[in-house]
Design a protein around this ligand. Structure first.
Ligand SMILES: Nc1ncnc2c1ncn2[C@@H]1O[C@H](COP(=O)(O)OP(=O)(O)OP(=O)(O)O)[C@@H](O)[C@H]1O
Ligand SMILES: [Mg+2]
Length: 256
C-alpha cells in the first residue's frame, strides 16, 4: 500500500524575494529598496516600522503590483506579479489585494456605501447581490449609520473606516495599509489600528501596515524594521501586540 500524498500546504499570502528598486536621483541610480525578503502567512497582522524616507511607500507599492521591482520577485498567494504584464498585475490587485491609503482616496461625489462597493463594480459584480456582506462590513467598522453620507460630511477617522470597508468588500486575502493613521488624531488613529486587528480576528484577512509611528507598529503580531530601504531581520519582533516601549527599545538598539 502506498502512502497517501501529503496535502500541499497553501503558499504564503505574500512573499517578497530579494526585491530591489532603484531610482534615478542626481544623475545616478540610487537603491530605494534593497534586497527585501520576507513572507506573510494567512491571518498574520504584520507591521513595518521605518522612519520617513526609509522606503515604506515604495516597498508597499511594489508589494501591491502598483510598481515593478528593478530585481527580485513578489508573489501574492503564490502568483508571481512579474510573470505577466500590467493586465495580470491589475487583475491580482483587484481580486486579491485591498489597499488603505494615508489620504483615504474616497470619491467625493459618491456616498459612503457607493464608495465601499466600488471595487465590486470594478470587478463587474452587482453590489445589490452583496448587500449582506456590505452591511456587515459597515457594521464591523462602525460606519453603518453613515452609509448615505458623502465623504465631505465625515471626520478623518470615519473616512479611514470607510476606506477599510472598501478595501475588504471584495474579500481579498491581503490588505496593505500605508500609514493609515498619518492624517488622524492620536485617538482616531488608535481606533483605526484596533479595527484592523479586529478585521484580522473576525475575517482572517492577512494585513501588512507600514508606519513611522511606534505605537501603530506595536499593534502587530510581528514588527519588521526598515532602514535605508533594507529590512533588519535580526531585529524583528514576534509574538505581539507589544508595548510601545518594546518598539522604541528596538529602534534604539538599531540606532534608527
Ligand atoms: N519618484 C522618485 N524618484 C526619486 N526618488 C524617490 C522617488 N520616490 C521616492 N523617492 C525617494 O525614495 C526614498 C523613499 O521614499 P518613500 O516615499 O518610499 O519613503 P517612506 O518611508 O514612505 O517615507 P514617509 O514616511 O515620509 O512616507 C526617499 O529618499 C525619497 O526621496
Ligand atoms: Mg510613505
Amino acid at each position: 500500500m502506498s502512502a497517501a500524498p501529503l496535502p500541499a500546504s497553501p503558499p504564503p499570502v505574500l512573499e517578497a524575494r530579494s526585491v530591489f528598486r532603484f531610482r534615478r536621483a542626481d544623475g545616478r541610480e540610487v537603491p530605494i529598496v534593497r534586497d527585501v525578503s520576507f513572507t506573510l502567512q494567512a491571518g498574520e497582522f504584520a507591521t513595518i516600522m521605518g522612519p520617513s524616507g526609509s522606503g515604506k511607500s515604495t516597498l508597499l507599492h511594489l508589494l501591491a503590483g502598483l510598481d515593478r521591482p528593478s530585481a527580485g520577485q513578489v508573489l501574492v498567494t503564490g502568483e508571481d506579479l512579474g510573470s505577466g504584464g500590467e493586465e495580470q498585475r491589475a487583475a491580482v490587485r483587484r481580486q486579491r489585494i485591498g489597499f488603505v491609503f494615508q489620504f483615504f482616496h474616497l470619491l467625493p461625489d459618491l456616498t459612503v456605501e457607493e464608495n465601499v462597493t466600488l471595487p465590486l463594480r470594478i470587478l463587474g459584480q452587482d453590489p445589490r447581490r452583496h448587500r449582506d456582506r456590505t452591511a456587515s462590513l459597515l457594521e464591523l467598522l462602525g460606519v453603518a449609520a453613515l452609509r448615505a453620507r458623502l465623504p465631505a460630511a465625515l471626520s478623518g477617522g470615519e473616512m479611514q473606516r470607510v476606506s477599510i470597508a472598501r478595501a475588504l468588500v471584495a474579500q481579498p486575502p491581503l490588505v496593505l495599509a500605508d500609514e493609515p493613521t498619518g492624517n488622524l488624531s492620536s485617538k482616531a488613529g488608535e481606533e483605526v489600528v484596533g479595527l484592523l486587528r479586529d478585521v484580522r480576528d473576525r475575517l482572517g484577512t492577512t494585513i501588512l501596515l507600514v508606519t513611522h509611528n511606534p505605537r501603530d507598529a506595536a499593534a502587530g503580531d510581528r514588527v519588521l524594521f526598515l532602514h535605508d530601504g533594507a529590512l533588519r531581520p535580526e531585529a524583528e519582533l514576534r509574538g505581539g501586540p507589544f508595548r510601545v516601549a518594546d518598539v522604541f527599545a528596538r529602534l534604539q538598539e538599531l540606532g534608527i
